[in-house]
Design a protein around this ligand. Structure first.
Ligand SMILES: [Zn+2]
Ligand SMILES: [Zn+2]
Length: 379
């Protein structure tokens, strides 16, 4: 089925990026989903477009995601304008703990009293652990922010308020693998972009994928080394670093989505960004998009190996060779380094690079990454 056939009603048209839009989707079984994109603040080439939150009008209706900080009440208003009363909702599920998805959560819960569900890792990472926080100024911050490179002046002003209210929330944790949320509705824990990412399969007809798969954008993968900082926090879950962090884990999550896509080739894919952008819809065919994203990582690994042909380099040096200059400005350089480290960790696990002189990567002459990325994903 084409995306247009799923769109039953544009309740509100909103702007060209989808801000202010409200859309009713209808699945063949009769299940309805309301798309509720709320504003993001990123600009320029970091513009993800709004965050697409979804109200799933199942027997027990629920909401997925809460928009960014300051959007919680707006989301309630948007739902009411679409005829959804928050008292009719059973719970809100958080797709993953990035601020553009859970920033509005505390405000939403304050006005609706909704129960919150999220992956068990999320439940642990939103709390503060002053005894374990990295030395310095992060004692008040939740574990999910310990890796954040922003300076204290930025986060004390922009983030602390949001985290304080979030830390006080009760969360009903979802476990690993596949879990039934309601009859015919299942979550899949698919980490890598974030350690707590979940996708929601709706009646084998649609899938809410959060930021795991996006149109037009390649979701950034975490680094496996991010685990070290929060190892004590997630100890109760007995997970290994590569079970929740890193490119290897992200690729495994993509492959799982690939398997789901093969089983259900007609799934309506409901992504969290760019679903509607620059005045046009970006319908996704899941198997095809998963294939494109896997291929993107093959290309990036190949490019890094090529850069390393001239000798060992640090992540920052590889980033400078690999990315266009405009992408390395300001915050971009942090994102670029993250990309390179994430890929080099994966290449090291494949045996294609080794770490030398503590922080340089050296190519070993093999190219096992391609087979590792593209094998057995069933597409
Ligand atoms: Zn995200
Ligand atoms: Zn996002």
């Amino acid at each position: 089925m084409k995306l247009k056939q799923y769109i039953k009603e544009i309740i509100n048209q909103g702007d060209d990026s989808g801000n202010g839009m409200t859309v009713r989707f209808g699945l063949p079984s009769g299940l309805e989903i309301i798309g509720l994109p709320t504003k993001n603040f990123y600009g320029g080439h970091w513009d993800l477009g709004p965050t697409w939150n979804y109200a799933v009008l199942a027997d027990k209706p629920f909401l997925v995601d809460a928009g960014r900080f300051g959007e919680g009440q707006n989301l309630v208003n948007m739902m009411e304008a679409a005829g959804i009363k928050s008292k009719d909702l059973e719970f809100v599920l958080i797709s993953h703990g990035h601020e553009d998805h859970d920033g509005g959560l505390a405000e939403l819960v304050k006005s609706t009293r909704l129960k919150v569900k999220a992956h068990a890792v999320y439940e642990l990472l939103i709390r503060k652990y002053p005894a374990w926080a990295p030395v310095g100024h992060k004692a008040d911050f939740p574990a999910k922010c310990w890796h954040c490179p922003m300076p204290e002046s930025f986060y004390a002003k922009n983030c602390l308020g949001y985290h304080k209210v979030l830390q006080a929330l009760e969360i009903d944790p979802i476990g690993d693998g596949e879990n039934e949320l309601a009859p015919g509705i299942h979550t899949h824990h698919l980490p890598g972009h974030s350690p707590d990412c979940v996708a929601v399969l709706l009646a084998d007809e649609a899938i809410i994928v959060g930021d795991i798969v996006l149109p037009e954008i390649t979701p950034w993968p975490t680094r496996e080394e991010m685990f070290d900082e929060i190892a004590d926090v997630v100890k109760p879950l007995s997970v290994k670093p590569n079970q929740i962090f890193g490119l290897d884990r992200y690729i495994k999550s993509l492959k799982k989505l690939g398997e789901i896509a093969v089983k259900h080739p007609d799934l309506l894919v409901l992504p969290a960004h760019r679903f509607y952008f620059k005045g046009k819809w970006n319908g996704l065919q899941l198997a095809q998009r998963v294939g494109e994203l896997l291929e993107h990582h093959v290309q990036r690994c190949a490019a890094i190996i090529e850069i390393l042909q001239t000798g060992p380099k640090t992540a920052a040096e590889v980033a400078r060779d690999h990315f266009e200059e405009r992408l390395l400005e300001g915050f971009g350089s942090i994102m670029a380094d993250n990309e390179i480290v994430s890929h080099c960790e994966f290449l090291a696990a494949c045996g294609d690079v080794v770490v030398v002189n503590q922080n340089q990567y050296e190519a070993t002459g093999t190219g096992k990454f391609e087979k590792s990325i593209l094998s057995t994903h069933g597409i």
